[in-house]
Design a protein around this ligand. Structure first.
Ligand SMILES: *Cc1c(COP(=O)(O)O)cnc(C)c1O
Length: 399
């Protein structure tokens, strides 16, 4: 029996994070879901197999098609996102590969806004192209350019919101209208927003994609991904996942379920810390520019206010008159944020996109993606705001 909270949209995000998707009464009367380690699930008799097949019964069969721990997480994430269904994958990248492999065929085209996670772009440009799928990229947020890139072969338009690392926020109303007018499906990578801050399904987006490795897991200790959408649209996607095998282990799903219990609390703190630290940086004389949608100076601020509840923990900033070495020195002086990629965990992280993600790109191409030598990206965790601010201050002001 499922907790009847799954479909109750009146309940708050915190209540749903704790309870949605879970059985009210669980095996052994335990309050937590036990980790169910089976790779295979057995049948009482031949007759019970036949019944399972004929009646399309909701039970397990073989671990590559799903497991009980993963199903709990899928129901919880669907409830949080306000979607009919959610399919969880072994990483964020496995999720988008699973969706695009299902929805695109040779001769089809797909259009991206150009500020996007570099591996999703790489998958489309380098790999989907080998299967005859054509990828176009247009300037982020330019709806006219997106319209012009769409033709009769276009099947899907894709964006992140907010984007990484520039934190541009997409006008989902215009994006969805563009998709509907052209009869193409829409996909939003909502990893940086999370359903706490943004609900793309409510705006009419077809598919919402997250790297659950980030805020959803929240503890820098697991990889997972999810695609949310309607049951009908996701049914073939789920079937293909059973073939691709990009499934999660029950242990991993236990960690994700546990992480999600505190999702609302953590997001509240990430939003608070993000806003305060962005304001501190914007007012600091050593800072040239801050990219954070909660700042009135950000070009997306108006759209962010229209679509989002809070603005998350990712902040990108440029250091005034600094070359890449001087920028690196500031990062190296930080004592609280550790140096590393990723975001969304309780521990703050800091990095220089030039070094971490774009080191092997030619300088002109890097500049084309808006990756500057003096750019720092900080993924603010849930530490005390004042401690993080003081740490950044000493790192910026040391000579
Ligand atoms: C991390 C990330 C991904 C990829 O997810 P993985 O879980 O690392 O595979 C995709 N999009 C965004 C915005 C991300 O931050």
């Amino acid at each position: 029996m499922n907790w009847p909270l799954d479909t109750n949209k009146n309940l708050g995000f915190g209540t749903q994070s704790v309870h949605a998707g879970e059985a009210r009464q669980k095996p052994n009367d335990a309050i937590t879901d036990s980790i169910c380690c089976a790779s295979t699930f057995t049948f009482e008799s031949t007759e019970s197999i036949l019944k399972y097949l004929r009646e399309n019964q909701d039970r397990e069969e073989y671990g590559r098609y799903g497991n009980p721990n993963e199903k709990v997480v899928e129901r919880k994430l669907a409830a949080l996102e306000g979607a009919e269904d959610a399919i969880v994958y072994s990483s964020g990248m496995a999720a988008v590969v699973g969706l695009l492999m299902c929805k695109l065929s040779a001769g089809d085209e797909i259009v991206f806004f150009d500020q996007c996670y570099h591996r999703s772009r790489e998958f489309c440009v380098k790999h989907l192209s080998r299967f005859g799928v054509v990828t176009h990229q247009v300037k982020t947020g330019d709806m006219e350019a997106m319209q012009n890139a769409i033709n009769s072969k276009t099947k899907m338009i894709v964006s992140e919101s907010p984007t990484n690392p520039h934190l541009s926020v997409i006008d989902l109303e215009a994006f969805v209208a563009l998709g509907k007018r052209n009869q193409v499906e829409t996909l939003i990578d909502s990893t940086l927003a999370t359903p706490y801050n943004l609900k793309p399904i409510d705006w009419g987006v077809d598919y919402v994609w997250h790297s659950a490795t980030k805020y959803m897991g929240g503890h820098n200790d697991l990889l997972a991904g999810v695609i949310c959408g309607s049951k009908e649209k996701l049914e073939p996607v789920r079937k293909l996942r059973g073939i691709l095998g990009s499934i999660n282990s029950p242990h991993n799903m236990y960690l994700l379920e546990r992480g999600l219990k505190t999702f609302a609390l953590r997001m509240e703190r990430h939003n608070h810390n993000g806003q305060k630290i962005a304001e501190f940086l914007e007012n600091h004389p050593r800072i040239e520019r801050v990219y954070y949608p909660g700042l009135a100076s950000h070009p997306s601020h108006a759209i962010a206010k229209k679509t989002m509840k809070g603005y998350g923990g990712l902040i990108t900033f440029l250091v005034k008159d600094a070359d890449w070495q001087a920028t690196a020195a500031i990062i190296d002086r930080c004592k609280i944020p550790r140096i590393g990629p990723s975001l969304g965990g309780v521990e703050s992280l800091i990095e220089q996109p030039l070094v971490m993600s774009y080191f092997d790109y030619p300088p002109e191409q890097r500049a084309g993606f808006g990756i500057h030598d003096n750019m720092i990206r900080m993924a603010v965790g849930i530490e005390d705001t004042d401690d993080l601010i003081e740490d950044l201050r000493q790192a910026l002001e040391a000579t």
